[in-house]
Design a protein around this ligand. Structure first.
Ligand code: CA
Length: 236
């Protein structure tokens, strides 16, 4: 099946270059000129990846990305025009998977599209695409959720999780920064939560941390403990 790409770019000449290149590479695409139209299309259809221009007439591409990230881990590539935008993409980890700086060649963009799809669609292969240098690696999400396969990847490595560990980490990772109480986490992970079982959350968090550490020994622990309250996943 051909992969579908959502293109949100207000400049027709740039969009034409992009869509021509995507077509040549056998991708299907939908082109939108505003953020609103892009979000609408994303809500209604299935896409394998989105290419978002940062400078859009109604809201910027980062806001579009934030909106999408509330419920989806679909890969996103930003098109950036200015140095300040690049700084934000790289420094603040806006939730995108990669970025391309204007002006770019259509060939460069499709190479990035393929590289991002390779590492997200077939995450089992831990190989890093040659196009991805150290700088771009930093802009990748630390935790990547694949809800259809019920899998979570940490720094590109698939975690072997039990059902409860998966549900706990899924809840935490879907809203980075949010502090969850043990009771709230139990409601997310167990069908019939029981206050007497609150310590079970701690036990599962402990095994989760061990698995995260094993997958990536040098990385900082993404889970934070909030004494007397519960847990959260770090925002950055
Ligand atoms: Ca623009």
């Amino acid at each position: 099946m051909r992969q579908r790409i959502l293109v949100v770019e207000d400049e027709p000449s740039i969009a034409e270059n992009i869509t021509y290149a995507l077509e040549t590479e056998q991708f299907e695409f939908l082109w939108c000129t505003t953020a609103q139209a892009g979000l609408e299309a994303w809500r209604l259809g299935h896409f394998d990846l989105a290419i978002l221009d940062v400078g859009l007439p109604d809201m910027d591409g980062f806001e579009v990305c934030r909106e999408i990230r509330k419920s989806s881990t679909m890969p996103i590539i930003f098109l950036t025009a200015r140095e300040t935008e690049i700084d934000r993409v790289v420094g603040l980890e806006m939730g995108g998977d990669d970025y391309v700086v204007k002006p770019f060649s259509p060939r460069e963009l499709t190479a990035r599209v393929k590289a991002v799809l390779r590492r997200t669609v077939v995450p089992e292969s831990a190989t890093v695409a040659p196009e991805a240098d150290a700088l771009k690696q930093r802009s990748r999400a630390v935790l990547r959720i694949d809800e259809e396969r019920m899998e979570i990847h940490y720094h590109g490595k698939k975690l072997e999780l039990t059902r409860y560990e998966y549900r706990l980490l899924l809840a935490l990772a879907k809203s980075p920064g949010r502090v969850w109480t043990r009771m709230q986490l139990m409601e997310q992970a167990w069908e019939e939560p029981d206050t007497a079982m609150e310590r079970t959350v701690d036990a599962h968090i402990k095994t989760l941390r061990a698995k995260l550490r094993q997958a990536c020994p040098d990385a900082d622990d993404p889970i934070r403990t909030h004494r007397g309250t519960g847990y959260s996943v770090r925002e950055h």
